[in-house]
Write a protein that binds this ligand. Sequence first.
Ligand code: SF4
Length: 248
Amino acid sequence: MVIENKDRSWGMVIDTDKCTGCNGCVIACQVENNVPLNDQNKFERGRVMSWMRVERYWEGEFPDVKARFIPIPCQHCANAPCEPVCPVYATYHNNEGMNIQVYNRCVGTRYCANGCPYIVRFFNYWEPIWPEEMRNHLNPDVTVRSRGIMEKCSFCIQRVRRGARKAKEENRELKDGEITTACQDACSTQAITFGDLNDPESKVSKLSKDDRSYTLMPQFNTDPNVIYLASIKVNKEESQEEKAQSHD
Ligand code: SF4
């Protein structure tokens, strides 16, 4: 049964102004997608695996400095630099705007990871080891990957497929907001929105046209399906002036 809908373009909008850097999305992604556990050894070797990371940066000058955060998953680029370099077509673009990774086709050349400017692809250098007490915690909807293959954020494709199947069984169209990703569900500030960018009425589509919207590294012309909303800068002097005026 083919469930793909040719008119869709799944995308994500991440509001950096709402992100508090709590890393809840990172943990939710790890649990949902059976991402191998990272230990001290992996950190020391620079081999940490995480389909989503939250980068921290500083804005302003001391003492008027503020910590800012930006969560970074696979950008699911329309012009993905990782796709043409794969010699076995293990990574390709589907007709729903997603960058797909076919695990059992991957031969581990890692060309795709070198081609990705966002550094969101991870190679399994080791066979993942799951503690005995966690074996029943693995998500049965997601393949447990083995050593020697490349992996990355899939936009929780198992959830997308489940939602599409359910809509089809009920003989109706998918509703906006019906499918959510694990990172989106975990975000306490609702900084993450997921949906169909081709639907002009979807929340994600409207947010993507916000004045604050931007994409990462536009100079590479990758045309990502992950769109960011810029954080709002408050001019301290102006806001103090406004406060003073409101007290007058
Ligand atoms: S869960 Fe939400 S607030 Fe926390 S780091 Fe992720 S995007 Fe930011």
